[in-house]
Design a protein around this ligand. Sequence first.
Ligand SMILES: *Cc1c(COP(=O)(O)O)cnc(C)c1O
Length: 372
Amino acid sequence: MNRPFNFSAGPATLPPEVLRQAAEDMLDWRGRGMSVMEMSHRGAEFSSIIEEARNDARELLAVPPEFHILFMQGGGLAENAIVPLNLLGAGSADQPMNFVLTGSWSGKSYKEAQRYGVTHLAASNQASGHSTLPLPESWNLSANAAYVHLCSNETIDGVEFHELPDLRRLGCEAPLVVDCSSHLASRPIDWSRVGLAFGGAQKNVGIAGLTLVFVRDSLLGHALPICPSAFNLKTVADNASMYNTPPTYPIYIAGLVFKWLKAQRHQGLCGLAAVEMRNIEKAKLLYDFIDASGFYQNKVDPSCRSRMNVPFHLQDVSLNEAFLAGANAAGLLQLKGHKSVGGMRASIYNAMPVAGVLALVNYMQEFTKRHG
Ligand SMILES: *Cc1c(COP(=O)(O)O)cnc(C)c1O
């Protein structure tokens, strides 16, 4: 079956190989006579599935041993509460949580954190309409920050930190908390700069219902007394993500995606390096075309454009509906931009092949000829 290309920002397109494997396993996983959805999470079958998923994630992302990999629920938004509830208990309840505000998602994190303690806005790109990134050297970090939060890829605004800040070099000893929901596993992570990183699976590594949390061992055990037990990271870690029933099917799908990512080859590279190289090429293809078109526009500063989420506008907004209808007819789905930004957005996650980006550019070119 020739499937259309799906540019949804999330839940998002999955590798066809993963969907085919899931279909094959649907009624009968490896001859056990049951689907993954019907297995006890404590049985040998599911134990092997979660164990492999965890090991493959660790290998793929080169996660050091001092980090726990947790499989949780609640999505990125729940982490906006789970993180303060877990990090503010080390006698740091009156230490400000520092936020770097770069778009919609970091804005939501900042707002939610205010429910649990003192917050401090260390930097913001509001003045540029979320189209730049404030240089770390310019951040106004609190001397006694409890932690520093940033969103490393703003899914709606299309800005991405191509490198994580080195807080130590900025004279800040607080842990860095990273919301990497929408570019998780799109490139390597410099773990030496990270205290805790989280991401929902449904953007780049699977389906909705699973949140991945990577947390340094030294940050566990500092939860506030009111932190729900099921969301206490130490409890989750001590129970290997089995304190309560984990999202079994999404973990299984993420496991298939990790195997798919590990098997990627491109230009002599393999695994995550190959995935990153292909993502760089895909993004360059699309941005170069948009910049040269004179018909479409991306407003983000080239130094911090997201490789995953490419918002763009037609100069003539009256053509928006025609653009989307034509795209659908051409097998290019879910290109409508987020309502807060308008225009279009092409999310070109790991599972979007180069052929999908070429098909989009081809359609955009044709549309220009018809309407330009
Ligand atoms: C999608 C997204 C979220 C929210 O995820 P939910 O699973 O809906 O809670 C948070 N942060 C970023 C960067 C996202 O892209």
